[in-house]
Design a protein around this ligand. Structure first.
Ligand SMILES: Cc1ncc(C[n+]2csc(CCOP(=O)(O)OP(=O)(O)O)c2C)c(N)n1
Ligand SMILES: [Mg+2]
Length: 339
């Protein structure tokens, strides 16, 4: 797995960042049309996600996202975007992990995925399998107990995990200044006995470099690293949020100047490997990718009754009602409860 990036890698990275932004905008508009539920845009966090995943090997490494990153995980295969569209539709297929795609489903329950990452990395270590686990989480998630439990266990076990805190400066309306009194989120690594690194999360090449180093360290058997990628949430928290009520206008304007889609594009133009034709082609390809994902998701067969199996031994009254409604919808006889 080369850690040196060639021109074709840089082009592929910018294409993926553009795809993420276009897909994010499309899902936003689908939500406004009432066709999907709440969605969390990725604007401003594309460089962090893409830079990090380009340092990984999709054939051996694993990614455990929070709820924004699946828009920018094309490095691990187009299936990730397809399944994200299904997830946005509330289709159970959105939670499936088809082999061999090594990406977990989106996680909304803050910080729980950090524990899953340590467990998975521990399994890789016990089985002697190659690969590392990279887990994304937000600045707000670092206030959860799960973050500390996971970090502590990873430090003790020396497992091959990379903790990537995508610090977009906000946890809904809570700014980082009210999230922690520590000198940055990377400093929390000290309590776990692992290295902590802060990086410019608006620069995909800088993120790539620190994740590649953390991966080398993990593969050498030296254990975990905590990376804080400092970026900025350029859009609302979710489609249910109104950031104009709390994000300072001047701060947002300053962050927009550092929009990674603009700055990285300029870098590639300066290298002579990108121009407006490439840009138009990339935007067209991005629109096709989200069209395809949406078509795939909307053409999936309806959920079946086994959706309710293996949830609770004794289904709740609400689950029984939902199961009966689905059975009715599917034209089946309702079993009305546990099977
Ligand atoms: C355990 C838990 N508590 C609270 C929430 C409600 N909640 C959803 S998103 C969010 C803010 C998360 O902020 P951060 O971790 O910084 O991620 P970001 O949305 O900024 O990417 C909160 C509090 C939740 N989803 N899970
Ligand atoms: Mg945040």
């Amino acid at each position: 797995m080369p850690t040196t990036l060639h021109n074709e890698d840089l082009i592929a990275m910018l294409c993926e960042m553009i795809k993420a932004r276009v897909a994010s905008d499309r899902l936003w508009s689908l939500q406004r049309q009432g066709r999907i539920g709440t969605i969390a845009p990725i604007d401003g966090q594309e460089a962090t996600t893409v830079g990090a995943t380009w340092a990984l090997d999709p054939t051996t490494d694993w990614v455990i996202p929070q709820y924004r990153e699946p828009l920018a995980l094309g490095r691990f295969g187009p299936e990730v975007l397809n399944r994200f569209a299904a997830w946005a539709l509330g289709h159970p297929e959105g939670g499936h992990i088809p082999e061999p795609v090594r990406v977990f489903p989106p996680q909304i329950s803050l910080a729980t995925q950090i524990l899953h990452a340590v467990g998975l990395a521990w399994a890789l270590k016990l089985r002697g399998e190659p690969g590392v686990v990279l887990v994304f989480f937000g600045d707000g998630s670092t206030s959860e107990g799960d973050f500390y439990e996971a970090g502590n266990l990873a430090g003790v076990l020396e497992v091959p995990v990379i903790f990537l805190c995508s610090n977009n400066q906000w946890a809904i309306s809570t700014p980082t200044s009210k999230q922690t009194a520590a000198a940055g989120f990377a400093s929390k690594a000290e309590a776990f006995g692992i290295p902590g690194v802060t990086v410019d999360g608006m620069d995909p090449l800088a993120v790539h470099e620190v994740v590649a180093a953390a991966r080398d360290r993990a593969l050498a058997g030296s254990g975990a690293t905590l990376i804080e990628a400092v970026n900025y949430r350029l859009n609302a928290h979710t489609t249910a949020d109104d950031p104009t009520r709390y994000v300072p206008e001047d701060e947002l304007a300053e962050a927009r100047e550092r929009d990674p889609l603009v700055t990285f594009r300029r870098q590639l133009e300066a290298r002579g490997i990108w121009d407006r034709h490439h840009q138009a082609d990339a935007e067209q390809a991005a629109a096709s990718a989200i069209d395809h994902a949406w078509n795939w998701a909307t053409n999936l067969p309806l959920a079946q009754l086994d959706l309710f199996d293996h949830v609770f031994a004794n289904p709740t009254p609400r689950q029984q009602r939902q199961r009966a409604a689905l059975a009715d919808h599917l034209g089946h006889e309702s079993g009305g409860g546990a099977r």
